[in-house]
Write a protein that binds this ligand. Structure first.
Ligand code: NIG
Ligand code: FE
Length: 410
C-alpha cells in the first residue's frame, strides 16, 4: 500500500461513477489539498493512511489521474523530418501527399522495417510518453495500406501492449489513404473483407474523411461496419476541408470525431448534444499551421471535449500531453480544469475505459501523476515537464531523479 499525504492539489471529479463530464461542467472538478491511499493496484481511500508501508510526502505537489492519450498513430517506422521542412517552407500537406509522401511514405517505411525495429521505436516513444505522465494510450493501424499490412500493424500494437508500462488500446484505422491500385470504393470492399480478422485485434475502427482520402459515403460504410461488429466508430474529420462529416458520424453513433479544425458552425450544437466526444488535436494544427477548431464554442455548448497528441511522424511528431495542454489552452481558450478534464476522464470515455481510469476515485486503477508544481503549470510553462513521478497500477513506473518529493517506508 502507498499513502500519499499533504498534496497541495488533488484533482477529483464532482461525483463518482461518471463516464464523462461535459466540458461546460469542468469548473465543478475539485482541485483541493488532500491525500489518498492505494492498495492492490487500486485507489482504496481518498485520505492518507499513516500505517501504510510506503509513504509519499506530496507537500507542494499536485496529484492527478494518469494522463490518457486517446489518439496516437503508434506504431510506425522512422520519421519524416524532410517533409516538415518542405511544409514549413510552403509546400501544402495535400501536395506532399499526392507526390507519394505523407501516409504513403510511412507505409513504405513500415513495410521495410522489421517487427523488432518497429517495436523498439514504439517502446522508446512509450517511455518518453510515460515521463510526461501518459499512463494510457491508443494505438492505431493505418500505415499498413494492405490487408496484410493492416493486420501486421494491429498485431504489432498488440505485442507492444505487453512491452510497455502503460495500458494501451487498438483502433483499426482501416481507411487512412487509398492504396495504389484501388479506388476509395474498392478499398472499402477490401476493408469489409478484412474486418473480421482486424476486429479480433481492435476495439474501434477509424477512417480519414478528407478531400485527399475518403468521403462521407465511405464513412457511412465504416459506420455500418462498426455497428455490425459491435466496435466503436471514430473518424478523422474536418481537418483540411469542411466535408460536413459530423452529422454523418453522429447518425452512426460515433464514439469520437477527431481534428474538427474546419468544423462547420452548424455542427457544433448537434455534436455538443451527443455523447460523441470532440477530440481536438492542437499539435497537428500547430505543426501544419492549420485552422483552429472551435474549442471554446464546443465547450460552451456542452460537448465532451478531449485533447490528444495525434502522435505520428507526419502531421504531429509530438508525444507530450503537457505540451498539448499548453497548445490547446492557448489556441482554444481553455481553463486549467477544462484542459485537465480533456486529458483524463473525457479521454477515457473515448477509449471506453471510464470505469477503470481517468479520475481519482475509490475503486479505479491507481494510475497517478505527481507534479512538483501546481496543476496550473501544466499548460502555462509551455515546454516544461512538471511530472515528478508516475504510478501505474499503484507501482512507481517513473520517478524523476531530481524530484522534490520523497517516497519512504513507514
Ligand atoms: O491524424 N489525418 C490523417 N492522419 C494523420 C496523419 C498521418 C500522417 O501524416 O502520417 C493525422 O493527422
Ligand atoms: Fe490522427
Amino acid at each position: 500500500m502507498i499513502s500519499f499525504r499533504d498534496a497541495a492539489q488533488v484533482l477529483a471529479p464532482p461525483e463518482s461513477g461518471l463516464g464523462y463530464l461535459r466540458s461546460d461542467r469542468a469548473g465543478e472538478l475539485l482541485l483541493e489539498p488532500g491525500g489518498l491511499l492505494t492498495g492492490d493496484g487500486r485507489i482504496v481511500a481518498l485520505e492518507p493512511d499513516p500505517a501504510a508501508e510506503l509513504q509519499v510526502d506530496a507537500s507542494g505537489c499536485a496529484l492527478l489521474p494518469g494522463l490518457i492519450d486517446c489518439h496516437t498513430h503508434l506504431p510506425f517506422a522512422g520519421w519524416r523530418a524532410q517533409e516538415y521542412e518542405q511544409k514549413v517552407t510552403g509546400v501544402p500537406y495535400e501536395e506532399i501527399s499526392r507526390a507519394g509522401g505523407g501516409i504513403a511514405s510511412s507505409s513504405r517505411a513500415l513495410a521495410e522495417a522489421s517487427d523488432e525495429d518497429v517495436l523498439r521505436q514504439a517502446r522508446e516513444l512509450a517511455s518518453e510518453m510515460l515521463r510526461t505522465g501518459t499512463t494510457t494510450f491508443e494505438c492505431k493501424s493505418g500505415y499498413g495500406l494492405s490487408r496484410e499490412g493492416e493486420l501486421r500493424a494491429l498485431s504489432l500494437a498488440q505485442r507492444l501492449d505487453s512491452e510497455v508500462e502503460q495500458t494501451t488500446t487498438r483502433t483499426a484505422l482501416l481507411a487512412h489513404a487509398v492504396p495504389t491500385g484501388f479506388t476509395a470504393d474498392s478499398w472499402m470492399d477490401e476493408v469489409e473483407a478484412m474486418a473480421p480478422a482486424a476486429l479480433e485485434l481492435a476495439s474501434a475502427v477509424d477512417i480519414f474523411v478528407e478531400s485527399i482520402a475518403f468521403g462521407n459515403e465511405h464513412l457511412e460504410r465504416m459506420g455500418r461496419l462498426a455497428q455490425a461488429h459491435g466496435v466503436a466508430l471514430r473518424a478523422h474529420v474536418e481537418q483540411f476541408a469542411t466535408m460536413r462529416s459530423v452529422p454523418v458520424a453522429l447518425r452512426y453513433g460515433a464514439r469520437s470525431v477527431d481534428h474538427l479544425s474546419r468544423l462547420h458552425p452548424d455542427d457544433v450544437r448537434p455534436l455538443a448534444e451527443s455523447e460523441c466526444a470532440a477530440v481536438l488535436l492542437p499539435g497537428a494544427e500547430f505543426m501544419g499551421a492549420e485552422a483552429c477548431a472551435p474549442g471554446r464554442d464546443l465547450i460552451d455548448a456542452g460537448a465532451i471535449v478531449v485533447l490528444a497528441t495525434d502522435a505520428n511522424p507526419g502531421t504531429s511528431p509530438i508525444f507530450s500531453l503537457p505540451l498539448i495542454a499548453g497548445l490547446g489552452v492557448r489556441r482554444y481558450g481553455l481553463s486549467t480544469r477544462e484542459s485537465l478534464l480533456a486529458l483524463t476522464l473525457n479521454a477515457a470515455w473515448v477509449l471506453g475505459l471510464s470505469d477503470e481510469v481517468g479520475s481519482i476515485e475509490v475503486g479505479k486503477r491507481a494510475d497517478l501523476v505527481l507534479l512538483d508544481a501546481p496543476a496550473e503549470h501544466v499548460a502555462y510553462r509551455l515546454g516544461h515537464n512538471p511530472v515528478a513521478a508516475v504510478f501505474v497500477g499503484g507501482e512507481p513506473a517513473y520517478v524523476r531523479e531530481d524530484a522534490a518529493w520523497r517516497i519512504e517506508p513507514r
